[in-house]
Write a protein that binds this ligand. Sequence first.
Ligand code: KG4
Ligand code: ZN
Length: 338
Amino acid sequence: MATILGIESSCDETAAAVVVDGHDVRSSIIASQVDLHRKYGGVVPEIASRAHIEKFDAVIAEAMDLAEVSPGDIDAIAVTTSPGLIGSLLIGVTAAKTLSWYWNKPLVAVDHVLAHVCSPAIDGGPGIWPAVALVVSGGHSSLYRVDDFNAIERLGQTIDDAAGEAFDKVATILNLRYPGGPEIDRLAKRGDAGAVAFPRTMLGRESLDFSFSGLKTAVLYHVNGPGKTSGGLEKLNEQQIAHIAASFQEAVVDVLVRKTMRALDRTGYDNVALSGGVAANSRLRAKMEAACADRGASLYAAKLAYCMDNAAMIAALGERMFRQGQIVTLELDASARC
Ligand code: KG4
Ligand code: ZN
């Protein structure tokens, strides 16, 4: 049993958490920068890096205080080293290295996407493996075969936009607030998911890859007219916009659920682990639950608090890695790519 301080700063959340034994989350502090980036309609890397520098001290102190631990109680520090915005990653890595040196604690380097993959196990327990894992976030849409925390094989990924990116871009087309995913989720509840027949790109009968850029363009032309990129939104009323949001969301969710079922067929597994920011989507959770129930499979969806970027998932996977001796030195570097 190990107590881990987790540190996460791959994008625009400054986060720290204390997790015991890989599942007992004693604290999980997330300082969102969304208000700083909203007026730009997306994350501005330079602003994100500066905000991480300003917030990390307080966020780490709060995580330690809330967990009622002192440095002497911490067995290791786990930090996100890739993938993400390089400037943002470097701030977290520097904070982790500094504490590792000052407190004389081992350092564990955690992959952000693999931490998302394993995040449903925080509450579901290690018994959820083997499973097919779907990770859907702002930067990733991938399916994995997971046999254990250290035996993860990617089965498919997006060939263009990630699911969250599609939500955010369609929200921009519909002039909704950033970040768009939660806004579309909310608006879609007032719309008819069958109102507009948007395309479901399946990429062939066998493929476990995803493609969402055609769907995004279909929404753009539906709003503005064929081949047009602006001028149409003003002509739509609120109800029509809600119908578009619901129909778009249904198209994304349909593809995500169908491909996950395809991955269950392929692997013969009975468990699905669902994670990442888009896993917070209410329609995706409901449809995945129904599809799993239909075939007698079990869905382990990450708790909402662990869908969006957080440090609890970093500490949780970091604990498994630490117990397997996966320690790194202070030479540790960050990397923008997987
Ligand atoms: O995992 P995450 O916090 O960051 C990345 O690693 O990318 O995911 C953020 C993404 C954003 O694109 C956001 O719009 C989307 O998750 N998202 C949602 C919902 N909540 C967040 N998408 C659809 N429905 C939601 N309820
Ligand atoms: Zn993420």
